[in-house]
Design a binder for this molecule. Structure first.
Ligand code: GRF
Length: 227
């Protein structure tokens, strides 16, 4: 019998842009045995750089261009049909810049993850790095969470912290956070793929069958210590 901890689970990855997180996930599959089988990478933007990243790795790609749909529901409907044709156990949002309808999110409840460049619940939405600087934060970072109807508001289970430097620009900070994202997302996906993680009825995150009271913190290759 195959070991459920190492049997790859089928996944679909949704992107809108350059795909550096996608690249990190592909590397983790190839180099660290992350147990997932990427059945498709789907972008809502034809020009997304991540499509090339996927194609170079021999992964099937597709574009469902949101501008060709009359509304959010019609787009989500088409996207859902395309995803479900792949029969994934997990849907991974990796820089997918669309607000999703409640129906769509409910359909994938407990099996859709997102990565966000802030220490949620701080700074949901856009321009997180500049907002962290403007707020005088000394510590910033990234979070991985289950997706719920509440945008960037679903339960967080893994975070990476990054110290903010006195002379940081938003670009410098973004680049150090992104480096951490590339460690963080494969680790988060691994927890799910190994069957250790699930979403409970009350939106509790269950890790190894126990309620997770606080998000886990990334341990490997951490950034400079945060005070
Ligand atoms: C990342 O910062 C991610 O946290 C956010 O969108 C960005 C995507 O970057 N959701 P990339 O396309 O993975 O390089």
């Amino acid at each position: 019998m195959s070991d459920p901890a190492t049997t790859p689970i089928p996944v679909v990855i949704l992107i809108s842009g350059r795909g550096s997180n996608l690249h990190a996930i592909i590397e983790a599959v190839e180099q660290d045995g992350l147990p997932i089988e990427i059945r498709a990478v789907i972008s809502n933007r034809p020009a997304a750089g991540g499509l090339q990243v996927a194609a170079e790795a021999g992964i099937a790609t597709d574009v469902i261009d949101h501008t060709e749909f009359t509304g959010r529901a019609a787009f989500d409907h088409a996207l859902q049909a395309r995803i479900d044709a792949c029969q994934p156990e997990l849907v991974i949002l990796a820089g997918f810049m669309r607000i999703l309808t409640e129906d769509f999110v409910t359909h994938y409840r407990g099996r859709m993850l997102n990565i966000h460049p802030s220490l949620l619940p701080e700074f949901p939405g856009l321009n997180t790095h500049q907002r962290a600087l403007d707020a005088g934060c000394r510590v910033h970072g990234a979070s991985v969470h289950f997706v719920t109807a509440d945008m960037d508001g679903g339960p967080v289970f893994l975070q990476a912290r990054v110290a903010v430097r006195a002379d940081d620009t938003a670009e410098q900070l973004a680049s150090r956070v992104l480096e951490q994202e590339h460690q963080l997302y494969p680790q988060a996906i691994r927890l799910f793929a190994e069957g250790r993680l699930s979403l409970g009825d009350n939106d509790d995150v269950l890790l190894d069958a126990s309620v997770l009271e606080q998000p886990l913190q990334l341990t490997a290759r951490a950034d400079t210590p945060c005070s």
